[in-house]
Design a protein around this ligand. Structure first.
Ligand SMILES: [Zn+2]
Length: 193
């Protein structure tokens, strides 16, 4: 995996970044309304604020391929997807039941969610204080709630609603779980999905 230099690059000319109604990358609320907590304070901190503007940040320095947290022992199956669930196969969805639910999406993520090993791994160098994120379409085929992404990456896909709505070109440089690859393949061959 190529190591990315964190640049927080300036917008690349497509849009103004003026929105105040986003779920990621938007201007933060005054600190007074933000609560912080963590089940694993030596690894991460959750910053929870109103209007779904929560995020998880690293409290230590991570090197690539470090396991952040397993969800094998906390997850529970659910019958259908919601904004808090993770898809773990072509048909199964789970609740994480842990602080991992606060991981935001990024189009240039610092983590991956591995739905076979049931763990989240940090995939590049992450400094203390940096946000921990993963690429939602790497596990989600057709999301319950789509949203506009303002992650600020020059690779930002803008509209996030699941891998089903992205092209192979948009997906090919991302870590993808096997069930997403299966669903893409079925879709390319015109099979039911
Ligand atoms: Zn984005």
């Amino acid at each position: 995996m190529v190591e990315h230099v964190e640049t927080n690059s300036v917008a690349t000319g497509s849009g103004t970044n003026a929105s105040t109604t986003t779920t990621n990358g938007s201007p933060t609320s005054p600190a007074a309304s933000t609560k912080t907590f963590s089940t694993h304070p030596h690894l991460f901190l959750v910053h929870s604020s109103p209007n779904f503007q929560s995020k998880m940040t690293a409290t230590t320095h991570f090197t690539p391929n470090t396991v952040l947290l397993s969800f094998a022992d906390t997850m529970t199956p659910v019958p259908k997807p919601s904004y808090t669930t993770v898809q773990i196969s072509t048909t199964e969805h789970i609740e994480l039941n842990s602080n991992l639910v606060y991981l935001n999406h990024s189009c240039d993520p610092s983590c991956v969610i591995d739905t076979v090993k049931k763990e989240v791994r940090v995939v590049r160098e992450v400094r203390e204080g940096e946000e921990l994120t993963f690429f939602y379409p790497s596990s989600e085929w057709d999301m319950d709630q789509a949203f506009d992404c303002w992650c600020g990456s020059e690779k930002c896909l803008k509209r996030i609603q699941g891998a089903k709505y992205l092209t192979v070109d948009q997906l090919q440089h991302h870590y993808l779980n096997n069930h997403i690859i299966e669903l893409i393949t079925a879709s390319l061959h015109g099979l039911p999905r």
